[in-house]
Each structure stands twice: as C-alpha cells, then as structure tokens.
Ligand binder design. Structure first.
Ligand SMILES: C[S@@+](CC[C@H](N)C(=O)[O-])C[C@H]1O[C@@H](n2cnc3c(N)ncnc32)[C@H](O)[C@@H]1O
Length: 261
C-alpha cells in the first residue's frame, strides 16, 4: 500500500493521466501482478512468445512501436531492444520503475500518448457530437517496421466511458457501448493502416465464476475481432483468481494473438 502511494506521488505523467484514473489503474495492475504472479505466469509467457514470433515476419528492423507497454510485464523488452534499432514504448503512463528499466537500453524511448485521441478531443465533445477522429499518430513514420498492441484494446473505452457518464448523464448505456465499440474498431483500423507486420494481443471473452467453479457470467466480444487479421493462438489468463476480487469470485479472460498483415 505504501509503495503504491509513493508511486502515485512520484510518477512522472500528465495531469490527464492522473485525473482520469490511468495512473491509478497502472499502479493497480502492478499491484495485482505482484499478488497473482503465479496465476499470470503462463499468460505473460504466451504474450512475450507471441510478440517474439511476430517479429520474425519483419523485413527490416528499424523501429518497433509498442502500444500499451504499461509496466512491461508482457513485453520482451531486452529482445526487442537487441533486435531493433529503436523501440518506442507508447502508453499514457510510464511508471518510475519502467523509466528506470529502459535507461539501460540506449535505443528504447518512453512516449506518453493517448492512442484513441480522447485526451486531445474531450473538451470538444458534446452529447450530440461524441465521435473521435481516426487516430493517425506515427502513421507517417517511415522507419516503423513492426507494431504491437499489447493487451490494450478492451481497455481503450473504459475510462473515457466513465468520463462521459460523469459529464453527459443523458447518454444511455447502449450509446456508451456503441461508442466504445467504435473506439476499438478505430484502433483496429489504425493498426491495419501501418502496412507492416502488426501483432495484436487482446482478450476476447471474460468469465466470472464462484470459488465452487459455478459460472456467473460470460461476456464474449470475439465478433469485434472477426475481420481483424489472422488468429494465431488463444490462451486463458487467470486475471483474478478467487479471493482477488470482492465476493470471493474469480475472473479469467481468453486472450488471442492476431497477426495483422
Ligand atoms: C492491461 S494494460 C496492458 C499491460 C501492459 N502491456 C503491461 O505489461 O503492463 C493496458 C495498458 O494500456 C494503457 N492504456 C489504456 N488506454 C490507453 C490509451 N488510450 N492510450 C495509451 N495507453 C493506454 C494503460 O495505461 C495500461 O498500461
């Protein structure tokens, strides 16, 4: 708890990332990882292997662009730094330990950026005008030879939706869900627009269950990924073993590795 509080105080991130909850979430992921290390092991190994497998499709190895780099749990940073001339890690939050860890690689940069464009656009949003422009950042960077979107897609709408709920109470849940779907589709289109090998790692089904094993709910959003690319592998991520979340319930996600191009 103390270490979380200290990180919160010392993190070098934007006011937006603090006020909108991104810093809190990022610290929360790190804390949950520390509590659930064993349960997360196979997911993290599968994620890192999928990324390493994907870089074999590159024709050249100038810049690797990693979207949703977070706490680098699922990123094989040493291997990427050794293989590419440059590695750009993109997230709204780079915790102090991440900034320290990448200092040992002269060719790795942390870039603070909102891949949805919500941060830049939110002041202009209104109940009748919620659309965000298609993201274009980095698309004109000719040196990018590989892109990864790492366990990020399903997270993209969540905090922006909370902000919309708070600021536009007249918007109903159905509209918010459709808005979230559009943000995720824009991200998928954005990835495809790079025209280089892209590795998309994303969850596509979330299951809650009781300690007894009884299923409580299954949310399947795999249809969202239907045209995204070629499905390479799927696995289970025990994101919250029983006891980790309230009521003694547990939650696991199914995760896919998808090659775009
Ligand atoms: C589930 S975590 C991914 C795990 C991460 N790869 C790791 O190893 O820690 C999702 C990450 O996406 C980032 N994120 C969420 N929305 C974002 C956005 N709009 N732009 C950039 N990063 C975002 C979060 O800050 C978080 O670090």
């Amino acid at each position: 708890m103390l270490s979380e509080w200290l990180t919160y105080l010392t993190a070098d991130c934007s006011v937006f990332a603090r006020e909108s909850g991104y810093l809190r979430e990022c610290i929360g992921i790190r804390a949950r990882y520390r509590r659930c290390k064993n349960a997360w092991l196979s997911h993290l190994e599968n994620s890192r292997s999928a990324l390493l497998e994907s870089i074999n499709s590159c024709r050249s190895y100038r810049t690797a662009l990693v979207l949703g780099s977070g706490v680098l749990l699922d990123i094989p940073i040493a291997e990427l730094a050794a293989r590419f001339e440059s590695v750009w890690l993109v997230d709204l939050v780079h915790l102090p330990e991440v900034r320290r860890a990448v200092r040992r690689y002269a060719n790795v940069r942390c870039i603070e950026h909102d891949v949805t464009g919500f941060r830049e656009q939110r002041a202009a949003l209104s109940e009748g005008g919620l659309d965000l422009p298609d993201p274009v950042q980095f698309l004109d960077e000719a040196s990018i030879d590989w892109v990864a979107s790492v366990n990020l897609l399903s997270q993209l709408p969540l905090l922006p939706q909370d902000w919309l709920r708070g600021n536009f109470p007249a918007i109903d849940e159905q509209q918010l869900e459709a808005w979230g779907d559009r943000i995720m589709q824009q991200h998928l289109d954005y990835l495809a627009a790079f025209g280089v090998p892209v590795c998309l790692l994303t969850d596509y089904e979330q299951t809650s269950y009781r300690r007894s094993g009884e299923m409580l709910s299954v949310v399947d959003f795999s249809t969202r990924l239907r045209f995204a690319g070629v499905l390479l592998k799927t696995w289970r991520w025990d994101v919250a073993p029983p006891g980790e979340i309230s009521g003694g319930t547990g939650r696991f996600h199914l995760v896919a590795s998808i090659a775009i191009i």
